[in-house]
Design a protein around this ligand. Structure first.
Ligand code: NMX
Ligand code: MLT
Length: 435
């Protein structure tokens, strides 16, 4: 059977020609004007990047290589007896644009399990971190340190031909993804005193191993949750902070470990991936303040008090989406199926009923609907993974899939160093003075 790397090698020449064709035909066409406001406004809507794995539609949400979340839930291979897609299949799809066979996905599970071990010095780095250091900082440190064994950095130092960059970047990307469960598991067990890390099982899929390393491998529904979680958090086109940062840093030919560590540092911000932690902190405080089974009016007051204190409602709003995030919908469907009576899920659902109208009435947020982070923590809490400071680490494990797939393609397609133009306020004032 064809391996992922062999299939990629087959696909690259045609993809290179396609880029040439598209550039020859459309290279000199304009998307439209660039407004000064876009420079001041976080570049919203500014077409600026090529990202092959997924495209985000404001109304419909994410499509991975043209496929919606319900599509991939229906089409990607599943574990025996499982209902959720295997993230191995999603990675194959992101990289090739094709749905893999069950055997190809099993081969990827085995390959990742075989690459899962992390160097002893990286284990030591994690073990030496004080438990008070945020899990995301520990995660980023460990991923940076993996650069010690980068195949790409070694090949570059030896003088590799540009045309061959993608090969060692592929190997690094596979190693990166494979090693993340051991890093995440070690951080979790160290910080929360959850005992010794077991070994990765060479015959288990990625999510089953991740669940076991975290200490929840005996719970088949938690393993299913991990399969769904890792699949849906993987990629959200190229402009989000973690994806864009990884691509930017990779464009300097920093290897995938350095590039993805930079992604993680962006993901660790509260307006991005840390929002899943913030949601749980916020919901827990609300429960403490209002007690269980709070009435709608009290929840509304609580939401208003958050806004009046000049804070955001975590898990709501989005820079691109203008509807409920389909990743939220997928998690809600999981909750309705597996934990319909869970108290925290009920609060999440109550907040969903109330918050959009309040954000609309407040009149600032362009999107009053929930994003992916509004739901994930409640699911993890249900299964006993209650340590909210750890939640963004799981987001990070997943985001590696999307960033790695693009790093491979960036090198295969010869993406250049990113270097956009910046201006000072005075330069802009001068430039547009008489226009
Ligand atoms: N609660 C309160 N105010 C909000 C919210 C919210 N959830 N969302 C947007 N606003 C405000 C925003 O702060 C801004 O205020 P100001 O004019 O005073 O600066 C105003 O509404 C306009 O912002 P938008 O254009 O709607 O949003 P923007 O594209 O700038 O930011 C987010 C997008 C996601 C940063 C923003 O919606 C937010 O802060 N949400 C809460 C944090 C969150 O859930 N982040 C996770 C996003 C998903 N992820 O995983 O990365
Ligand atoms: C993401 O998954 O990266 C977030 O939804 C943020 C974004 O897309 O901007």
């Amino acid at each position: 059977q064809t391996s992922l790397k062999d299939r990629l090698a087959e696909l690259i020449p045609a993809a290179q020609s396609r880029v040439k064709e598209v550039r020859a035909e459309h290279g000199q066409k304009a998307f439209g004007p660039v407004l000064v406001d876009q420079l001041y406004g976080g570049m919203r809507g500014l077409p600026a990047l090529i990202w092959e794995g997924s495209v985000l539609d404001p109304e419909e949400g994410i499509r991975f290589r043209g496929k919606t979340i319900p599509d991939i839930q229906a089409e990607l291979p599943k574990a025996p007896g499982g209902d959720e897609p295997l993230p191995e299949g999603l990675f194959w799809l992101l990289v090739t644009g094709e749905i893999p066979t069950q055997d190809q996905v099993t081969a990827l599970s085995k390959d990742w399990a075989a690459r899962a071990e992390i160097p002893a010095f990286v284990e030591e780095i994690i073990d030496r971190c004080p438990p008070t250091l945020h899990p995301m900082s520990q995660f980023s440190l460990a991923v940076t340190a993996l650069n010690h064994d980068s195949a790409f950095a070694a090949a570059y130092a030896k003088g590799i031909n540009k045309k061959e960059y993608w090969g060692p970047v592929f190997e690094d990307s596979m190693d990166l993804i494979a090693k993340l469960p051991n890093i995440a598991g070690r951080i979790y067990r160290n910080v929360y005193g959850r005992g010794k890390l077991p070994a990765v099982d060479l015959n288990k899929d990625y999510s089953a191993n991740l669940a076991t390393l975290l200490g929840f491998g005996d719970n088949a529904t938690f393993v299913e949750l991990m399969r769904l979680y890792i699949t849906i958090h993987s990629d959200h086109e190229g402009g989000n902070v973690s994806a864009h940062t990884g691509k930017l840093v990779g464009s300097a030919l920093s290897d995938p470990f350095l590039a993805f560590a930079a992604s993680l540092n962006g993901l660790a911000g509260p307006l991005h991936g840390l929002a899943n932690q913030e949601v749980l902190v916020w919901l827990t405080k609300m429960q403490q303040s209002l007690g269980p089974d709070a009435e709608d009016d009290h929840v509304k007051e609580y939401v208003w008090s958050t806004l009046k204190a000049g804070q955001v409602v975590p898990g709501y709003g989005h820079a691109v989406l203008r509807k409920t995030d389909p990743r939220y919908v997928a998690q809600r469907a999981f909750a309705l199926k597996h934990l319909p009576d869970d108290k925290l899920f009920k609060l999440v659902a109550q907040v969903y009923k109330l918050v959009p109208d309040i954000l609309l009435a407040a009149g600032k947020a362009k999107n009053p609907w929930p994003n992916v982070d509004a739901h994930s923590g409640a699911l993890l809490t249900h299964y006993g993974l209650r340590e909210m400071q750890f939640y963004t680490v799981l987001f990070g494990v997943s985001r590696a899939f999307g960033v790695a797939a693009q790093l491979i393609w960036d090198r295969a397609l010869g993406a250049p160093l990113e270097r956009p133009k910046s201006y000072s306020t005075e330069a802009i004032a001068r430039m547009f003075k008489d226009r």
